[in-house]
Every structure is written in C-alpha cells, then in structure tokens.
Design a protein around this ligand. Structure first.
Ligand SMILES: Cc1ncc(C[n+]2csc(CCOP(=O)(O)OP(=O)(O)O)c2C)c(N)n1
Ligand code: SF4
Length: 283
C-alpha cells in the first residue's frame, strides 16, 4: 500500500536557469524517493550530500536530511555518514567539475572500497556556476572561459574509470528521460554497494547539448549485468566527444555485481550511532 504523499519541497528560491537539465534530475530524484518511501524506506533514513556548483544546490530544494560539503568533497562526507550509521541511505550529488576534477581521488577510493553509498553526477561537461570553464569530460575543442580557442584535451570516460576502480553498480542516465532516470536512481539506492550514475545534463547557458542528446541518446538493456566485458563494450560505445558521427549514446544500467561492502566488512553488525554497542577501549 502506498505511503502517504511526502512533501519533499522546500521554501528555498530556485536559482537555476530556465530550461536547465537540473530541474528534471530534481524531479526524477523526488519521484524515486517517494516510491522508495512507498516501498518501506523511512524518510528519515535518507541523507543527501552535495558540494559546490549549480548541481549541488539540489540539496536546498529537497526536504531531506542533508550536508553541504566543500567543492569536490560530498563523497567523503557521504562515506563518513554511512560509517556513522550503516542503516542510512546516503546519496551524494555533484557536478562533473567537482567530481571528475577536484574530487576525483575520492570517487576512485569510494568505488574501490565498495562502500554502500550512491553517487549521482550532473554531468553538464563544464564548470557551470563559474560560467563555463572546461572539465575532464568536456569534448576536445570546447570553447569556454578558460579555453577561448578550444580545449586541446580529450575527455575521459568516467564509467570506464568506475569499472576499473571496482564500482559494483554503473549506469548512465539522461536528464531528458525522467522516468528512466527515476528507475535508475531507485535501483542505485537499493543496490548494496557503491552505486554510480553519470547523468548527462544539458547546461542551457554554457553548453547546450539538448538537441544533440535528444538525437543520440538511446536506452539500452544489458541482460548480462555482471559480465565486465559486456559492460565495457556498452561503456566504450561513446567516448564523450560531442559528436561521434552516426553512433548512438547508450543510456541505462551497464554493470551490477554482488560483493561485500566496506562498512559490513569493517563494522560487522556494529552500528556506531547506537553508542551502547560500541566496545569500550581500555587504556
Ligand atoms: C577547491 C575549489 N576550487 C574551485 C572552486 C570554485 N568553484 C566554485 S563552483 C565551481 C564550478 C562548479 O562546477 P561543477 O562542479 O561542474 O558543477 P556545476 O556548477 O557545473 O553544476 C568552481 C570551479 C571552489 N569553490 N573550490
Ligand atoms: S549555468 Fe547551466 S547548469 Fe547552471 S543553472 Fe544555468 S543552465 Fe543550469
């Protein structure tokens, strides 16, 4: 039976540009949370974290327990929260700049540990809040504030990095496919282990990719989710260059593996938030 409709709205004034892909990521996340609450997860057991950037403002617009971290640091904050109380569902939001530039080592280590948190990246492929500098996933030739003559660097593929780092849930979503994204988010939150979704998000002010993605994005199913080679082949179909000729951009769940998690291995059945169960250290 569905739980009563939860009001996840806040009174914060939304300052995103009209048409920004962040709006549909917000809507997809709220829908996912409502459905997860209907399925039995308690509202108070969700904690969301974010860093700095347009994308990171999302936590101001969702009425859930939240923590605002420094630029590039929402994953470490999420890890600390999870270790403090392993019963929580912890979701970290950030932009591609914060995650794939400033915070890249935190992403890799959280994936390697397979700690049970969810990471959602609003990948608009530029540093948007600071008006359009290039990031690790901007296409070669990207013209922005720091690269007026076009970036000479090639983008890297964050999903490939996640597969090699040990993430056990790897997906790509698109902010223009709201129900599909909502379902990916639900699966990611329910997954026991490190779950990661790179969400393609048009930034209408500094990198308007709407037309391109609407033409190229193609929803795919991977039936052999735990087979690394299959995941790799889907992941490598698109290299994050803006234009890849006729090739489609696959969007969906590419990899999922059952594996023990960091907090379980370390804490066993202990829950540090229940202080009475913490063993006393004798000095
Ligand atoms: C360590 C650090 N470096 C740089 C900045 C300046 N800064 C603030 S927001 C921002 C851009 C954020 O871009 P991104 O993380 O891609 O998120 P978006 O705004 O695109 O959603 C930058 C560079 C900062 N606050 N901290
Ligand atoms: S600058 Fe780009 S990412 Fe930021 S709110 Fe505007 S459209 Fe969205």
């Amino acid at each position: 039976m569905p739980a009563k409709k939860i009001n996840l709205n806040t009174k914060a004034k939304n300052t995103w540009c009209p048409g920004c892909g962040n709006f549909t990521i917000l809507a997809a996340f709220k829908k996912a949370v409502q459905e997860l609450i209907d399925e039995g997860i308690k509202k108070e057991n969700f904690v969301i974290t974010s860093g700095i950037g347009c994308s990171s403002k999302i936590i101001d617009y969702i009425n859930l327990n939240s923590f605002s971290a420094l630029h590039g640091r929402p994953i470490t904050s999420a890890e600390g929260i999870k270790m403090g109380n392993p019963n929580l569902k912890v979701v970290a939001f950030q932009g591609d700049g914060g995650c794939y530039n400033e915070g890249i080592s935190h992403l890799i280590h959280a994936a390697k540990r397979n700690i049970d948190i969810t990471v959602l990246i609003h990948n608009n492929r530029n540093f948007a809040l600071t008006t359009g500098q290039f990031t690790a996933t901007s296409p070669q030739g990207f013209v922005g504030k720091s690269t007026p003559e076009g970036s000479i660097e090639k983008p890297f593929n964050p999903l490939k990095l996640m597969l090699d780092s040990g993430a056990t849930f790897i997906a790509r979503g698109y902010s223009g496919k709201i129900n599909h994204l909502k379902n990916l988010i639900k699966q990611a939150v329910k997954h026991q282990g490190f779950s990661f979704i790179d969400i393609l998000q048009p930034c209408v002010s500094f990198f308007d990719t709407r037309e391109f993605y609407n033409k190229k994005v193609s929803l795919v199913k991977n039936n052999k989710l735990s087979v690394k080679k299959q995941a790799q082949s889907l992941i490598e179909k698109w290299d994050y260059q803006k234009d890849n000729g006729q090739a489609k951009i696959p969007v969906g769940l590419f990899y999922k593996l059952k594996k023990s998690t960091y907090e379980k291995d370390l804490l066993k059945d202990l829950n540090p938030s229940k202080r009475d169960k913490i063993p006393q250290i004798k000095i």
